[in-house]
Design a protein around this ligand. Structure first.
Ligand code: CP3
Length: 357
């Protein structure tokens, strides 16, 4: 069965929240809503708090990470919080020199380019190298429990993290990554294994500290063919997901550009698969396993369209979900910085009103 057994979290309001019900495939009072990148630059409070502070400083200071996580929760009636962090924070602990360069994005000064570079990467204990993550979660849980809001912990998936480790930055075609994968399959497998180990450990820490659900971001895996996904990526990703299922909280597996990969991603048996906006929600859902839920799938650009168009397409998506339990409303990829917070708020209210049952 694709639904792993889930233990009862300590807080009943959180356990009975619309979000965790949807993740368990149970009918809920309304369709739960959260947004990838809901804490971010589209929010004036976020820009104010970030002024003069680096991204990594905010992530590594529990009081700041907790405050940023709560900014969208205090501003809007969202159904879940996501820890303020980044998928790339484990990379420096492994020996990769990461910086977030304003206006450019993440940059790694010493990316992986040889098999020896793979073997030099460390797999340290995340409790020792990233203690601020569990500390941030411990600060957040009482605040969120009081509001009945679950907290989502997360990591990047092995392929998506390998793409940053090898390219050293964002990429369009992942040419270095694919060249390495094809030319050095044994070192590639060791690299996938190192990510599997550190990511399983990191998610374990997050769940032990109080995360109620976890999401695995495989943002760029859609660049692979079905054959390459099965050959080079699926085995380690599957082992990671098997380990994470044992933590007793529901799991979401998300990627973009994955129309062709959805059946394979679904076969890894997470509670929910995240879909981008390319397919109608019902068509994407039909590619998943029986009983599996879906998260998505509004094009984030629609938050910059006139309200009549945004409302029309939201109606369309809710219609495609057709009242089936197991739908979590979200954007198909992160909220863009140019988005108006008022539109995000209006959309959240609208999904709640329209899906009330
Ligand atoms: O969703 C949330 O509100 C939680 C926080 C979060 C961030 N990054 C904060 C962030 C999450 C879940 C992420 C995940 C992440 N990070 C992904 C997977 C999701 C996706 O978008 O595909 C990826 C690929 C990254 C890597 C990353 N981090 C990139 C490519 C960038 C630069 C691009 C950009 O938007 O600037 C970042 C920086 C980053 N991570 C920002 C935020 C809020 C923006 C930088 C800033 O505020 O200065």
């Amino acid at each position: 069965s694709p639904r792993p057994a889930t233990e009862r979290p300590s807080n009943p309001a959180v356990h009975d929240s619309a979000f965790l019900k949807a993740l368990r495939g149970e009918p809920a009072s309304h369709t739960p809503v959260w947004f990838m990148r809901q804490a971010g630059r589209y929010m004036p409070e976020y820009r104010a708090l970030r002024a003069g502070r680096s991204m990594l400083d905010c992530i590594r200071t529990p009081e700041l990470a907790a405050e940023i996580t709560l900014q969208p929760i205090k501003a809007m009636p969202l159904d879940a919080a996501i820890l303020f962090n980044d998928i790339l924070t484990p990379l420096p602990t492994m020996g990769l020199d990461l910086d977030f360069v304003g206006g450019v994005g993440p940059q790694i000064a010493n990316p992986v380019s040889t098999t020896a570079d793979v073997d030099r990467l460390g797999v340290p204990s995340t409790a020792e190298t990233m203690p601020y993550t569990a500390e941030s979660i411990r600060l957040l849980v009482p605040e969120l429990n009081a509001r009945g809001i679950p907290l989502i912990g997360f990591v990047g998936a092995p392929f998506t993290l390998a793409s940053y480790a090898i390219e050293g930055k964002g990429s369009r075609n992942y040419e270095r990554t694919k060249r390495f994968m094809y030319a050095e399959p044994a070192a590639w497998e060791r690299l996938m294994g190192k990510f599997e180990a550190i990511l399983a450990d990191y998610l374990t820490e997050q769940v032990k500290a109080g995360a109620s659900a976890v999401q695995i971001f495989d943002s760029w895996v859609g660049a692979l063919s079905i054959y390459d996904y099965r050959t080079f990526v699926k085995p380690a990703t599957s082992r990671l997901i098997e380990r994470v299922k044992k933590l007793g909280v529901p799991v979401i597996y998300f990627g973009t550009g994955t129309t062709h990969l959805l059946p394979d991603m679904a076969s890894l048996g997470t509670n929910i698969v995240g879909a981008d906006w390319r397919l109608p929600l019902n068509q994407a859902w039909d590619l998943l396993e029986p009983g599996q839920g879906i998260q998505g799938n509004l094009d984030p650009l629609l938050l910059q369209a006139p309200w009549r168009e945004l409302r029309h397409q939201t109606d369309r998506i809710l219609g495609e979900a057709a009242g089936r339990p197991g739908h979590v409303f979200n954007v198909g990829h992160g909220i863009l910085p140019e988005t108006s917070q008022a539109m995000v708020h209006r959309l959240t209210d609208y999904v709640h009103e329209q899906s009330q049952r």
